[in-house]
Design a protein around this ligand. Structure first.
Ligand SMILES: Nc1ncnc2c1ncn2[C@@H]1O[C@H](COP(=O)(O)OP(=O)(O)OP(=O)(O)O)[C@@H](O)[C@H]1O
Ligand SMILES: [Mg+2]
Length: 263
């Protein structure tokens, strides 16, 4: 469970003008939720995700993960939580080019005390449907397959949370659709997924979509995939937040919220 209260992070531009990359964000993410984060370029999505992933430190506000208040933790404790609980997937796959899929997936295990590193890497590759490609190097794999190797690498330590920053941004729509299926499967298996995307179709696979504008969460929307008999996801309700205060909204409308995307 992730609980974020009044979170702020600013950057100084040219040493003078201050940019509020994350501006008074309040957010709860429950275990097993699949959340998409959308918003314009520069709105603070990656900054927020980096804070959630313990890669960056906020200026103010509080963040707790499974009841542990992050600001109370030492650098070593942060690294341990990051390694054990969180897997990262990025737009650029960041695979070592001359190294096989299996060896790439083994990398996070090198400094762990786990036995059978090779078996764990092969298992992770099987979970993303790449059991027949484990000895291929990245240049022998399609973009979608390379991203699946990166997802297997994020999975190999069996994290509870997967953070994905534009994971389909470098892929064609077919490969992107395959990748989103991988995330949906992982979510069904209980993983908490937080995914940043510019792509409305990708976002609508999530259970919940948060829109960020100028560092603030401005809207929240829930998708109901269960009552979907037209092949189209129904987006239930959306809610404007006031002053960054986001309250979990009730499902009040089954109307498709086109306005959410147009704004
Ligand atoms: N290390 C940094 N130093 C200075 N400014 C930064 C830094 N990182 C981010 N910013 C600024 O903070 C704001 C938010 O950036 P961020 O990368 O979080 O946006 P984003 O929503 O992820 O954008 P995109 O969709 O283009 O990836 C931007 O104005 C950006 O220029
Ligand atoms: Mg970004």
């Amino acid at each position: 469970m992730i609980v974020i209260k009044d979170l702020c992070k600013s950057y100084k531009k040219d040493g003078t003008e201050e940019i509020k990359a994350v501006d008074n964000v309040n957010l709860e993410i429950r275990q097993g939720e699949f959340t998409a984060i959308v918003g314009p370029s520069g709105s603070g999505k990656s900054t927020l995700m980096n804070i959630i992933g313990l890669l960056d430190i906020p200026d103010s506000g509080s963040y707790s993960i499974d009841g542990k208040i992050v600001s109370d933790l030492s650098v070593d404790e942060l690294a341990e939580i990051r390694n054990k609980k969180i897997g990262f997937v990025f737009q650029q796959f960041h695979l070592l080019p001359k190294t096989t899929a299996k060896e790439n997936v083994e990398i996070p295990l090198i400094y762990s005390d786990k036995k059978d590193i090779s078996g764990l890497a092969a298992d992770a590759l099987t979970r993303v449907g790449l059991s027949d490609r484990i000895n291929h190097i990245p240049s022998e794999l399609s973009g979608g397959q390379q991203q699946r190797v990166a997802i297997a690498r994020a999975l190999v330590n069996n994290p509870e949370i997967i953070l994905a920053d534009e994971p389909t941004g470098n892929l064609d729509s077919k490969s992107g659709a395959e990748i989103i299926e991988v995330f949906k499967n992982l979510n069904r298996q209980g993983k908490t997924i937080i995914l940043i995307t510019h792509d409305q179709k990708i976002a609508e696979h999530a259970d919940r979509i948060l829109k960020i504008v100028d560092g603030k969460i401005t809207e929240e929307i829930f998708a109901d995939h269960s009552t979907n008999n037209t092949g189209q996801t129904q987006l239930l309700n959306s809610q404007n937040s006031e002053e960054g205060q986001l309250v979990r909204s009730q499902q009040v409308s089954t109307k498709f919220k086109n306005s959410f995307w147009r704004k």
